[in-house]
Design a protein. Sequence first.
Length: 304
Amino acid sequence: MSSFDVPSLMRALREHPVPLEHMCHLRDVLVKQSSTPNFLFSACRDPEQDGSELADAELGAMLSGVALGQWPMGVAAVDAWVKRLLERRPSCVLEFGSGVSTVVSATILRRIHGDQRVRVFSIEQGEDAGAETRARLEANGLTNLVSMHIAPLQEGVVDVFSGVGYGTDPEQLVKFIGDARPEMVMVDGPFGKYGARFSTIPLVHALLAADAEIWMDDALRDSELAIARWWHELGYISDPELQWTAKGILRAKRGASPKQYAAAAQTMGLGGMSGLVAEYALFKLRVQAARADKAGLQPPFMTT
Ligand SMILES: C[S@@+](CC[C@H](N)C(=O)[O-])C[C@H]1O[C@@H](n2cnc3c(N)ncnc32)[C@H](O)[C@@H]1O
């Protein structure tokens, strides 16, 4: 398949989300043929567009003159998110990575619920980016709707998975989110190396509504495909699909009961072998096999 054929396929499938595993297989075939990592992301993403092209008139006016699709979410991704917010009418949402997306979610939730309560919980890695988002919110009268948690990147461990991600922990997150149970999550950060977004959903899974839906932007990128695949494998998400628009959008349901391997890893370290330890040993073999396939999607974490 040539690089011409793939964008054509993408156009044909724009409105039809594809099961995540199909996208991972397509990615592996293309990368093996072209030796180009991130092939889907570089060949297929939408070009930048002006905010005035958004389908929603209020947002189009608010974001006129703002280029969407490079750092911020692309127009098609914002349109899809807005459509779903208006259908689902969540009481609140959680996002990783602030910016245009914060303004978008706050505007729509203000339209649905008014502006008396915080409706958008935003986790942001940088003080400067946070200040820029706050200024945008203030300019549009949206300050009351948003609560922001600044969490600079650091090395950390969630369950048995180590890597660099948002420098926060369950205790801080419980304080930040309080009794709210976000029903929709947008993962669009942090900005970082391969696998940087892996820890996001494991960190907040227990704080989400049981029927929460989880979206992730930039999902055509190898790192995000790998993260989504392993979230699914570990049970953090279910029914993952990839919408082949903008930079790729992952759409999934919150998984009911993700694997927790920390105790098994500890028992194995002490030489013991329970049922879960045996399962964890097999899981580690699968991780090793994925790592050995150099052209395949690399796991987005190290295991303890
Ligand atoms: C993909 S961006 C998040 C974009 C956001 N959700 C939006 O729709 O505008 C992820 C993170 O990158 C950082 N960032 C944003 N713009 C940046 C820029 N121009 N250069 C470097 N980092 C940036 C911010 O810390 C942000 O949270």
